[in-house]
Design a protein around this ligand. Structure first.
Ligand SMILES: *[C@@H]1O[C@H](CO)[C@@H](O)[C@H](O)[C@H]1NC(C)=O
Ligand SMILES: *[C@@H]1O[C@H](CO)[C@@H](O)[C@H](O)[C@H]1NC(C)=O
Ligand SMILES: *[C@@H]1O[C@H](CO)[C@@H](O)[C@H](O)[C@H]1NC(C)=O
Ligand SMILES: *[C@@H]1O[C@H](CO)[C@@H](O)[C@H](O)[C@H]1NC(C)=O
Ligand SMILES: *[C@@H]1O[C@H](CO)[C@@H](O)[C@H](O)[C@H]1NC(C)=O
Ligand SMILES: *[C@@H]1O[C@H](CO)[C@@H](O)[C@H](O)[C@H]1NC(C)=O
Ligand SMILES: *[C@@H]1O[C@H](CO)[C@@H](O)[C@H](O)[C@H]1NC(C)=O
Ligand SMILES: *[C@@H]1O[C@H](CO)[C@@H](O)[C@H](O)[C@H]1NC(C)=O
Ligand SMILES: *[C@@H]1O[C@H](CO)[C@@H](O)[C@H](O)[C@H]1NC(C)=O
Ligand SMILES: *[C@@H]1O[C@H](CO)[C@@H](O)[C@H](O)[C@H]1NC(C)=O
Ligand SMILES: *[C@@H]1O[C@H](CO)[C@@H](O)[C@H](O)[C@H]1NC(C)=O
Ligand SMILES: *[C@@H]1O[C@H](CO)[C@@H](O)[C@H](O)[C@H]1NC(C)=O
Ligand SMILES: [Cu+2]
Length: 580
């Protein structure tokens, strides 16, 4: 039997205020910073949106319906790419490009995305990172949970309402495939907590390997057995490009106009490394953490875990010239790399040239930036935290499993996850079969409207390293993060409008306390976003309110699974890891 949870029903105590209003005035904009009567979104009224929706809307409860359907066709092919000039390598392209195209929709739109797998030798499934998938748990794109993998030659529709706004990315959830190119970015336009003139769009940051992700993943698994570190990456890409160590390749180049404010959407699309980013002489004004708008704060460097996003505003108010935008692995977070990322930011009045700008002092600790105070305040009841500790306390550790007669070391979150591509959780749900195998590490949530509390502790005796923990279907509330062993007597926890986001770091050897409300029926993966670690089992899934889940169309679902089974029975490559 699974652990039973006995938390009382404590729903949200929220007023559903979504009154339109203007942002607090900032001195440089004081004379113009007022919203008009209808609160139309514009450079000086970014808090506004439309029809009574604004930055003060509680988007977990209320979101617009525009009636617009935004369609995309994404075709994945097996090609090559050469993002830093070092040389062509195998790369899975989306519509012929790496990274894939940016999906852009507005808050309240309906997204209809047709994904076609034109690779020869891999299945795939595409996950829309951070998207709540409210009433569409079947569109979460996790093979082994919400769907069977999409077989070569097949297409699949992912359709969902855009109930959130901000910046994110999409990526394959088929083992470590996304490290080989099946990634792209997403923008959901909506209101913001600070004003800006122009939106520069997405700026994904990720590391780059000269071997394929499947090769590195295999090496990482061997190294895990021998307690050796994973291989360092070869380069870092900024917006999909960089020069290599020999000066081949091209820098990303951005031109700004003196006096303007720019919104830039930073996305960490890495597979392994903690990266810190900075623009010389131009501090960032940070306005979102993942999909959650926050009270703006200034930061010279941002340390980003995989999957994390920060939208920042950059004010072009320095001497006209050229400046380095820097990304580098975070040594404090024990990330290693063979090279670093650079991009050139230039003022339009000056010719583009090699910058001689000086960097801000690099951070020396592995600490997530903050305070990340959500703009829309929500608090978490604290009364039941202690009493539920014994049910919610899980160890992040390593375990030895014996899948085929050979003992292998895997990562575990209480226990390890290992999905069955041919029998996803959704198949159990559609067939009314509740005999879940232990290997899928499924844990029921508490009843609808109640709070789930989780304390994840890194166990002793394993390498103490930071892990970015990501939850699907929810923004979790980060009640606390600490180093060492959690101690109820002196741990500092915050229940009063804590940080909400979908990815947070469990520090090296430390603990992470999370809460989320059961308000989104579905089966949701929680996992370490280091691709090698989830491949090695570091995840679990929550089954939330299955009785009120909106199921996918069974005929379509079954057809996709049949197509997968007939492909997979004599596929050349078989599953060698957790499958996700
Ligand atoms: C952790 O795993 C054990 C053994 O499988 C199980 O009894 C327990 O319920 C799990 N704990 C949680 C919080 O899932
Ligand atoms: C760098 O830019 C030049 C000029 O646009 C182009 O010819 C070349 O292919 C680019 N190199 C890479 C590796 O993208
Ligand atoms: C999805 O795209 C494929 C390939 O272009 C096409 O054959 C298929 O009809 C499309 N599916 C839908 C539902 O539009
Ligand atoms: C990609 O193509 C190469 C041959 O060029 C092949 O070896 C590999 O299996 C293919 N991968 C996939 C996922 O189709
Ligand atoms: C996917 O294809 C790559 C080759 O491109 C191969 O190395 C890998 O084993 C395949 N993985 C699976 C699970 O099919
Ligand atoms: C999307 O939202 C609309 C309007 O609220 C609703 O009618 C529709 O059922 C939703 N679609 C899905 C797939 O949930
Ligand atoms: C990032 O690259 C894309 C594709 O090349 C480009 O359209 C976009 O303008 C770039 N973003 C920035 C901020 O330069
Ligand atoms: C992305 O996250 C990884 C792992 O969490 C981290 O090593 C890397 O430094 C991050 N990159 C950025 C640009 O923050
Ligand atoms: C430039 O803008 C930043 C961010 O808004 C601000 O902190 C700084 O004081 C400004 N500097 C000058 C010289 O105006
Ligand atoms: C990148 O970070 C590493 C590790 O912290 C440091 O040794 C190196 O000097 C940095 N490189 C650059 C060019 O900033
Ligand atoms: C976690 O590991 C510690 C030993 O490192 C053990 O005492 C404790 O019982 C474990 N907790 C759970 C919930 O498995
Ligand atoms: C339910 O699932 C279990 C585990 O996969 C399987 O052994 C069993 O046959 C299934 N039961 C039914 C009625 O399909
Ligand atoms: Cu990890």
């Amino acid at each position: 039997m699974k652990a039973t949870f006995s938390l009382p029903v404590l729903g949200f105590a929220l007023s559903l205020c979504s009154q339109a209003f203007a942002l607090p005035q900032s001195s440089d904009l004081a004379t113009r910073d007022t919203a008009d009567g209808a609160c139309t979104n514009g450079p000086l009224t970014r808090a506004c949106w439309s029809d009574g929706f604004s930055i003060a809307t509680d988007f977990d409860q209320k979101f617009p319906t525009t009636g617009n359907t935004v369609t995309y066709n994404l075709e994945i092919t097996n090609g090559t790419c050469n993002p830093d000039g070092h040389g062509e390598r195998i790369c899975f392209l989306i519509n012929g490009q790496y990274p894939g195209p940016t999906i852009r929709a507005s808050w309240g739109d309906f997204l209809s995305i047709n994904v076609t797998n034109s690779m020869q030798d891999n299945g795939t499934s595409i996950h829309w990172h951070g998207v709540r998938q409210y009433n569409t748990p079947g569109a979460d794109g996790v093979n082994g949970l919400s769907e069977c993998p999409l077989a070569p030659g097949q297409s699949r529709m992912y359709e969902y309402n855009v109930t959130q706004f901000g910046t994110s990315w999409y990526h394959a959830h088929y083992s470590s495939q996304y490290g080989d190119g099946t990634v792209g970015t997403m923008i959901f336009d909506g209101p913001a907590t600070a004003n800006y003139d122009e939106d520069l769009g997405v700026y994904p940051i990720n590391e780059w390997y000269y071997q394929t992700a499947f090769q590195i993943n295999a090496i990482a698994s061997i190294n895990l057995q021998n307690k050796d570190p994973v291989p360092p990456a070869d380069n870092l890409l900024i917006n999909g490009t960089n020069q290599d160590a020999n000066g081949n390749g091209n820098y990303s180049q951005v031109t700004v106009e003196s006096g303007k404010k720019y919104r830039l959407r930073l996305i960490n699309m890495s597979v392994d490394n903690y990266i810190q980013v900075s623009l010389d002489s131009h501090p960032f004004e940070v306005i979102t953490a993942d999909f959650v708008p926050i009270q703006p704060f200034a930061a010279e460097w941002l340390v980003m875990g995989i999957g994390q996003r920060y939208d920042v505003i950059i004010t072009a108010n320095q001497s006209a010239g050229n400046y380095w935008f820097r990304s580098n692995v975070s040594e404090a977070c024990q990330s290693a790399n063979n090279f670093y990322g650079r991009a050139i930011w230039s003022y339009s009045s000056e010719p583009v040239d090699t910058p001689y700008s000086t960097e801000f002092t690099e951070p020396t600790t592995c600490t997530e930036p903050g305070p990340l105070t959500p703009y829309w305040s929500q608090s978490v009841p604290s009364d039941d935290f202690q009493s539920s500790l014994q049910n919610m306390n899980v160890n992040l550790t390593q375990a030895v499993v014996v899948p085929n007669g050979n003992a292998i070391v895997v990562w575990s979150l209480n226990s390890s996850i290992n999905v069955d591509w041919e029998n996803p959780t959704m198949s159990y749900l559609l067939n009314g079969n509740t005999s879940y195998p232990q290997s899928i590490n499924l844990v029921p949530t508490v009843s609808s409207g109640s709070w789930n509390y989780w304390l994840i502790q890194q166990a002793d005796g394993i390498p103490p390293i930071p892990h970015p923990v990501h939850l699907h279907g929810h923004d979790f509330f980060v009640l606390g993060q600490g180093t060492g062993t959690y101690n109820a007597n002196n741990a500092s926890l915050n229940f009063d409008n804590p940080t909400r986001r979908d990815t947070a770091t469990i520090y090296a050897g430390g603990w992470l306390a999370l809460a989320f409300n059961s308000n989104n029926p579905g089966s949701w993966l929680m996992h370490c976003h280091i691709a090698w670690h989830i491949s090695e089992g570091l995840g679990m899934q929550f089954l939330e309110s299955p009785d009120s889940m909106v199921m996918p169309d069974k005929t379509t679902y079954d057809n996709e699974c049949s197509a997968w089974s007939s492909y997979y029975q004599d596929a050349y490559y078989q599953k060698t890891d957790s499958g996700i």
